[in-house]
Design a binder for this molecule. Structure first.
Ligand code: S3P
Length: 187
């Protein structure tokens, strides 16, 4: 796609609830369009030398949120990279502002039932441990919805779609919006 062959000089930041498919879509975009990829959770786990669940257990959520904000700042010189954000990253306005400096922000959505199906066998998400049910997921999603939507340049629903279809839809939407974005260059 022409946009990604030469003109593409920013990043795609993928946001959305846990289990929305950010990592899977990131791998697909990276492969298809020769973009680099980084996952904010992996950056944090690496720099802290422990898993996200252990960071939550040992230091608490506020500490993790500070690591998350710092990791986003550390990405400021990245270009042509798919950035997979943790599900809570855009709850802080400063993180959205920092991401927007060099990234188009794409929100991936899914129904609570779909989310549960995708995350139920994992215990790597401290926010959901002990709350693996549709009601809890729907409630938290609703609490986060306004922040997700306000941060997003593009919204893609992922229910019942293949990862290839999602990537193609995403790129198509980016191409379309690029015409409108011409006047508002990033960087
Ligand atoms: C979180 C989502 C997780 C991870 C942490 C907190 C959240 O990332 O950052 O467990 O608050 O939604 P994923 O969305 O990649 O699961």
């Amino acid at each position: 796609m022409a946009l990604f062959q030469n003109k593409f000089q920013y990043n795609i930041a993928l946001i959305g609830f846990m289990g929305a498919g950010k990592s899977t879509v990131s791998h697909c975009l990276s492969r298809k369009y020769a973009l680099e990829e980084v996952e904010i959770d992996s950056m944090i786990a690496e720099s802290e030398g422990m898993a996200i669940t252990d960071i939550f257990a040992k230091y608490g959520e506020p500490y993790f949120r500070t690591c998350e904000s710092n990791a986003i700042i550390d990405l400021k010189n990245r270009r042509r990279t798919v950035i997979s954000c943790g599900g809570g990253a855009v709850m802080r306005d400063e993180n959205v502002e920092n991401l927007k400096k060099s990234s188009r922000i794409v929100l991936l959505t899914a129904m609570p039932e779909t989310i549960l199906e995708r995350v139920k066998d994992s215990n790597e998400r401290p926010i959901l441990n002990g709350h693996m049910n549709v009601e809890y997921i729907a409630d938290l999603m609703e609490k986060r919805r306004a922040k997700y939507e306000a941060a997003a340049d593009i919204v893609i629903a992922t229910d019942n779609k293949s990862v290839t279809d999602i990537c193609e839809e995403l790129m198509h939407r980016m191409e379309e919006l690029e015409v409108l974005w011409k006047g508002q260059k990033l960087l």
